[in-house]
Design a binder for this molecule. Structure first.
Ligand code: SRM
Ligand code: SF4
Length: 574
């Protein structure tokens, strides 16, 4: 079922109040704009004007190298403009030949590195404008694209990767892929601009779901298989929680309105955990995507982009109103939500055997960065594995990688390569490092106010020393860092979180739920490393002495009074 654009419900926005981005979308000829001409502008490495905003819908971000921004300014040169391309990879599953193509493109055009993201896909950074078509056509050769990886549309669809549940994983992954294909824009702009195809006339609207103005803001969908909340379902705009009876998938509990983004000192912006509103049978997934997206499309705030995510629409109108709207568009009521239970949101590192007998190796990739480092040739090692591997790869929601679906007879060859390239050593992390995530931040992210990916490993090693002093090296504790408050590593649900305020300065948060069920709360504002380590040493020391058996660090921090519990699924102020 495709929901046809129906703006009769659009009660909230008088046309004259629309934000400039709405006008840009409306006048873009369904995301074509003048992107093609901008690519040919020879005097600059940038794309002129507003087309960079439209390019986000094509999965492409214009950025500049911030490490050399000041130097270039001094030399009166334009910033070192390059592009980031984000691949669309629903559920994070890719074949060895797709890996090899990404490897080839990463080496040739993207600074000899690949970046696994917190939504289970790849980013290629530092691509020159003149090479964008080459990269995108290269991706097409292996049936990959960057459509809707960014922009005001349905973003990369996530799915649990639990390697042990082979059949269920396959079924959920297939649904995630279907939902992604179904919910992305249908405009021919991408094919015309990047593949050089002729425009084909279409009967009826080119975008039956999105219309001319697409969504008010990004919209994120994810599928999770309890008991592992690896995708952080409560951070999704629309989450599907698998309900399984006797190994058979029955349907999904629906969770709506999750989101992490906030702005410092702007109390009207806040992280929010998704609200579970009911249950649908498994054959209603696409209709539920359509109905929910249509409600946000019609009611979301199109005047103020900082208030345009689904979470704000829900809080402004009320969960019951939004639920009733979804039901009315579905043409049926949601059933009451069914019981389910989560126990963690991390990855099980190392070897696991699936119920079908095939083997899976989860490799810890610190902050998702695939490169040839001085001490370990990770990029080369993974290329060597991809050349012999007969199964698939899976990118996890924690920026790690699974060499998946290995027949038992092929395991020793993979093990040999892991050893040869020293990759097996990467998994020897503490419970903290295994559960650590950092966003990209500097030098590519234009919004970063502090380091994240390049700093978290150093900080983790210092916290590991404190933990080791208390015999807590193996204790699983979630820690997440970002270079700004936007929340790209989903920090506001970690047991320890740091969000960047200025170079070397972070807000420290404690008390998030171990399986992503509770938001954390700020305990230090704008603090440097010494203050952060002092504070953590105090809480960790107390934890070592007085924790209850099996008690997680975030739960203890609250019980012991180190931080107040966030009892609501959202907070307005720190
Ligand atoms: Fe993000 C913007 C990187 C996951 C919330 N995010 C950005 C941009 C594109 C910066 C920009 O707008 O100029 C970053 C590019 C940095 C770079 O150089 O690569 C960026 N986000 C990332 C990635 C790569 C972080 C990572 O280290 O893996 C993740 C890519 C995911 C993907 O594959 O699609 C990434 N971003 C997230 C998540 C986590 C998630 O979705 O599960 C969130 C929080 C969840 C949410 O959406 O609420 C997230 N990113 C944001 C926001 C805040 C949105 C908001 O509602 O306020 C922004 C800023 C914005 O959109 O205005 C942002
Ligand atoms: Fe950039 Fe901020 Fe996202 Fe980090 S959290 S990648 S600094 S937007």
């Amino acid at each position: 079922m495709t929901v046809v654009l129906d703006r009769s419900h659009d009660i909230s926005q008088p046309l004259e109040k629309l934000s400039p981005d709405e006008t840009l979308k409306a006048n873009s000829d369904q995301l074509r704009g003048t992107i093609a001409a901008g690519l040919d502008a020879e005097l600059t490495a940038a794309v002129p004007g507003n087309d960079i905003k439209l390019m986000k819908f094509h999965g492409l971000y214009q950025q500049d190298d911030r490490d050399i921004r000041d130097e270039r300014r001094r030399q009166k040169l334009e910033p070192a403009y390059r592009f980031m391309a984000r691949v669309r990879l629903p559920g994070g599953v890719l074949s060895p030949s797709q890996w090899l193509k990404l490897d080839e493109l990463g080496r040739a055009y993207a600074g000899e590195t690949l970046r696994l993201t917190t939504r289970q896909t790849f980013q290629l950074h530092r691509i020159h404008k003149t090479k964008l078509r080459t990269v995108i056509q290269g991706l097409r050769d292996v049936l990959l694209d960057t459509r809707a990886a960014c922009g005001d549309d349905s973003r990369g669809v996530m799915a649990s990767i639990n390697p042990q549940l082979s059949a269920l994983h396959a079924e959920i992954h297939a649904l995630a892929k279907k939902a992604s294909d179904h919910a992305i824009p249908k405009t021919g702009a991408y094919r015309e601009i990047w593949y050089g195809e002729e425009r084909i006339a279409v009967k009826g609207p080119e975008e039956p779901l999105y219309g001319k103005t697409y969504m008010p803001r990004k919209f994120k969908i994810g599928f999770v298989i309890p008991p592992i909340n690896d995708i952080d379902v409560y951070a999704q705009d629309l989450g599907f929680i698998a309900i399984v009876e006797g190994k058979k998938l029955k349907g999904f509990n629906i969770a709506i309105g999750g989101g992490m983004g906030r702005t410092d000192n702007a109390p009207k912006t806040y992280p929010r955990l998704a609200t579970v509103i009911g249950f649908i049978p498994k054959d209603k997934v696409l209709e539920t995507c359509d109905a929910t997206m249509a409600v946000q499309r019609d009611y979301g705030d199109r005047a103020d982009r900082s208030h345009a995510r689904f979470k704000y629409t829900i809080d402004d109108k009320g969960v019951d109103v939004i639920k009733a709207e979804i039901e009315s568009r579905l043409g049926s009521s949601l059933k009451p939500a069914k019981p389910y239970d989560f126990t963690s949101n991390g990855d099980a590192i190392g070897w696991q055997r699936g119920e079908d007998g095939r083997e899976h190796f989860t490799l810890l990739i610190e902050n998702g960065r695939v490169s040839n480092f001085a001490d370990v040739k990770l990029f080369d090692g993974l290329r060597a594995i991809a050349r012999v591997h007969k199964g698939m790869f899976r990118v996890t929601p924690n920026q790690n990688l699974i060499v998946a679906d290995i027949e038992p007879g092929d395991r020793s060859a993979i093990e040999g390569l892991l050893k040869e390239y020293g990759l097996d050593r990467l998994n020897a992390g503490s419970g903290l490092r295994i559960n650590a995530m950092a966003c990209v931040a500097l030098p590519t992210c234009g919004l970063a106010m502090a380091e994240s990916e390049r700093y978290l490993p150093t900080l983790v090693r210092k916290i590991e020393t404190i933990l080791a002093g208390h015999g807590l090296t193996d204790e699983p504790i979630t820690i997440r860092m970002t270079g700004c408050p936007n929340g790209c590593s989903r920090p506001y649900i970690a047991e320890i979180a740091l969000t960047g305020r200025a170079p070397g300065k972070y807000n420290l948060y404690l008390g998030g739920g171990f399986h992503g069920q509770r938001l954390n709360k700020m305990v230090l504002e704008n603090a440097g490393e010494p203050a952060i380590l002092d504070h953590l040493a105090k809480v960790i020391g107390h934890f070592a002495k007085e924790r209850l058996p099996g008690e997680h660090f975030g739960d203890f921090a609250i019980r012991a009074g180190h931080v107040a519990e966030v009892t609501e699924g959202r907070y307005f102020n720190d």
